[in-house]
Write a new protein. Structure first.
Length: 329
C-alpha cells in the first residue's frame, strides 16, 4: 500500500493539472486576431472628416501641421489629431453579419448617422460607415468603403472615433515651465499676490520661495504653479478679438521666466481675463485665442495666498532664528 501512495499522488497531480489547463483554454486553438480594415501613414493623410449626426468635423494636414476647418477653427493640442488616425488604423471587423446584403436600411446603413473618412494625399478616400447597434450588446453594424459586406464593429472603436470638437482643442490658456519660472503674480479684482523664487539655481521643488515677505518650501510652491498651469477650458475657444473687456481686465496674471538656453535671459508673459457670467475669458496678451475658465477656479487661485505655507527647514549646523520676546503687559 505504501508503494502505491506516490503513484496515487502523481495521478492526482496530473488530473489537477489537466483540469486547470482545460479551464484556461490551453487545449483550444486560439482564433487569429482580426486584421485592421486599413492602415494609413499619418504623413500621407491630407484630411479626415468625422460625421456624427448633424455635426461634421474636418481636420486638414499640411506640412505636418493639423488645422480644424469645420465646424470652426480652434487651437489644437499636440497629440489628438494624430492619435485619431491611430484609432482609425485600429478599427477591425469583429464578425461578418451579411457578406452581400440586399437591404442596408435594416442595419441603419442606408443613411448612416456616423461616418469616418480619411483622405490621402494621392486622392484615395477610406470611409468607415456605422449604422445601428446590434442585438449583441457592445457592437454596431458597419461597412467599409465600397464593399457591400456588413460586419460587427465594437462600440469602443466607435467611441474612439466619434470625437467632439473640443476633444482636439488645446484647453489650457496658460503655458509655463516650472524650472524656468522666477515669479508668478496674480491680480483678481484687486486681490493680488506674488510668489518669487529666491534661489534661481535650484530646482523649483528644492528652492526657497517667498510670498510677500514670508519664506516657504519649494514643495509648497507647486500648489501655486499647478493651480495656474492646470486651469482648463471645456468650451470652444474664441478669437481674442471677439472678447469684450480684455482692454480693462478684471484678471491679470504675469509669469516671469528665465530661459537657460538663452543664457538665463528673463522674459515675462502676461495673461488677462474678462468676466462673462460665471466664467472668465483668459487670453495671453498678443495671443490669438481666448479660453473660458470658471470664475470659481480663478477665485481658488487668488485665495492660495491666504493659506499659510510651511516654512523652509533650517539647514543643519545653523541655529534657528529666535523671535524677540514679547513685552509683558
Amino acid at each position: 500500500m505504501k508503494r502505491l501512495i506516490p503513484t496515487l499522488v502523481l495521478v492526482l497531480v496530473c488530473i489537477g493539472g489537466f483540469w486547470y489547463a482545460s479551464s484556461q483554454d490551453f487545449f483550444k486553438e486560439k482564433k487569429p486576431e482580426a486584421p485592421a480594415l486599413v492602415t494609413v501613414k499619418k504623413e500621407d493623410v491630407a484630411s479626415y472628416t468625422i460625421k456624427n449626426g448633424d455635426t461634421v468635423i474636418e481636420m486638414q494636414q499640411k506640412d505636418g501641421k493639423w488645422a480644424m476647418t469645420k465646424p470652426s477653427p480652434l487651437p489644437l493640442n499636440d497629440y489628438a489629431p494624430g492619435a485619431w488616425v491611430d484609432s482609425f488604423n485600429g478599427a477591425k471587423k469583429e464578425k461578418t453579419v451579411d457578406a452581400n446584403p440586399t437591404d442596408l436600411a435594416q442595419f441603419g446603413l442606408d443613411k448612416p448617422k456616423q461616418e469616418f473618412t480619411v483622405n490621402l494625399a494621392g486622392g484615395t478616400a477610406n470611409t468607415l460607415s456605422v449604422g445601428d447597434k446590434t442585438a449583441v450588446q457592445g457592437f454596431y453594424y458597419a461597412k467599409f468603403n465600397s464593399s457591400p459586406e456588413v460586419f460587427q464593429l465594437s462600440e469602443s472603436t466607435v467611441n474612439a472615433l466619434a470625437k467632439q470638437q473640443t476633444d482636439f482643442m488645446e484647453k489650457s490658456p496658460v503655458k509655463l515651465n516650472y524650472e524656468q519660472v522666477r515669479s508668478l503674480t496674480v491680480d483678481w479684482k484687486g486681490q493680488a499676490w506674488t510668489i518669487t523664487k529666491t534661489e534661481p539655481d535650484k530646482k523649483s521643488y528644492e528652492a526657497v520661495w517667498k510670498l510677500g515677505d514670508k519664506e516657504f518650501k519649494g514643495a509648497d510652491a507647486s500648489q501655486f504653479l499647478d493651480k495656474m498651469a492646470f486651469l482648463t477650458s471645456e468650451q470652444p475657444a474664441k478669437r481674442t478679438a471677439e472678447i469684450k473687456g480684455l482692454d480693462k481686465p478684471e484678471l491679470r496674471m504675469e509669469i516671469k521666466e528665465a530661459d537657460a538656453s538663452a543664457g538665463g535671459k528673463e522674459g515675462s508673459s502676461v495673461y488677462v481675463g474678462a468676466v462673462e457670467g460665471d466664467n472668465v475669458w483668459i487670453a495671453k496678451q498678443g495671443g490669438e485665442w481666448a479660453f473660458s475658465i470658471p470664475a470659481a477656479s480663478i477665485q481658488e487661485l487668488a485665495d492660495l495666498s491666504k493659506k499659510e505655507p510651511a516654512k523652509p527647514e533650517t539647514p543643519q549646523g545653523e541655529a534657528p532664528k529666535q523671535e524677540a520676546p514679547k513685552e509683558q503687559k
